[in-house]
Design a protein around this ligand. Structure first.
Ligand SMILES: [Zn+2]
Length: 224
């Protein structure tokens, strides 16, 4: 299934091997709006590695994560061998039947310790505006990202899978009047990107200096 997707006209596979400590995945780029753009921005800003598959607008082919098997793609295989911890970004429509589905972010993946740290950092940076669910039993099974063949669990140190509702990706009518920054992002997406960038830099052992200026609010210290 993955081989057929990658062979389809207009589908682009990205693999940028930089830091071996952290890599970002966006395997449903184009299909799940802005997930590739966000992963790409975080990876470039933090010098993290990147693997992504981006579909053209006229294709809507959802190949499930566990079908992204490393033996079917030399680039995915190279990414998984190169990277220690991976962070995989997905878009979803929120947890069904939850009143706050448009503002609920589900954090799965096998590295529950890192999932919790990311959840805490995002909560601190966003306050009450979003709910970050990192308690795995509260995440519906289809969003848990625990399958062994899911590439997020194929890197040496395992990883964290983040399911993003449309609003935090800037893909919501609430942003209709809001100007976007040079990267094309709304303010919430920018906070998300900077929080993940800080996480990546801490994982890499790069010291992030906290300040009291505006940047300080997003330079959350991930240490326990
Ligand atoms: Zn997805």
């Amino acid at each position: 299934m993955l081989a057929e997707l990658l062979a389809t006209d207009g589908v682009v596979e990205h693999c940028e091997l930089r830091s071996a400590a952290v890599g970002f995945l966006a395997i449903h780029g184009g299909l799940e709006a802005a997930t590739f753009e966000i992963a790409h921005a975080v990876a470039r800003r933090s010098n993290a590695s990147l693997y992504a598959v981006v579909q053209p607008p006229d294709l809507q082919w959802h190949v499930p994560s566990h079908r992204y098997r490393t033996e079917l793609s030399a680039k995915l295989s190279a990414f998984c061998q190169h990277v220690d911890v991976s962070i995989s970004l997905h878009g979803y429509g929120g947890i069904r039947d939850c009143d706050d589905r448009w503002t609920t972010v589900a954090i799965g993946g096998a590295r529950r310790d890192l999932a919790h740290k990311i959840g805490v950092a995002l909560s601190e940076n966003f306050g009450e505006r979003y709910r970050f669910v990192s308690d795995i039993v509260a995440v519906p099974s289809e969003y848990r990202g625990l399958h062994a063949d899911n590439p997020v669990n194929q890197t040496r140190g395992g990883g964290v899978q983040i399911e993003l509702p449309p609003r935090i990706r800037g893909n919501s009518p609430v942003w209709h009047e809001t100007p976007r920054n040079d990267g094309g992002f709304v303010p919430d997406t920018e906070v998300l990107i900077e929080t993940l960038r800080t996480f990546a830099l801490v994982q890499m052992g790069v010291v992030v200096k906290s300040t009291n200026d505006d940047a300080g609010a997003i330079n959350h210290d991930f240490a326990d």
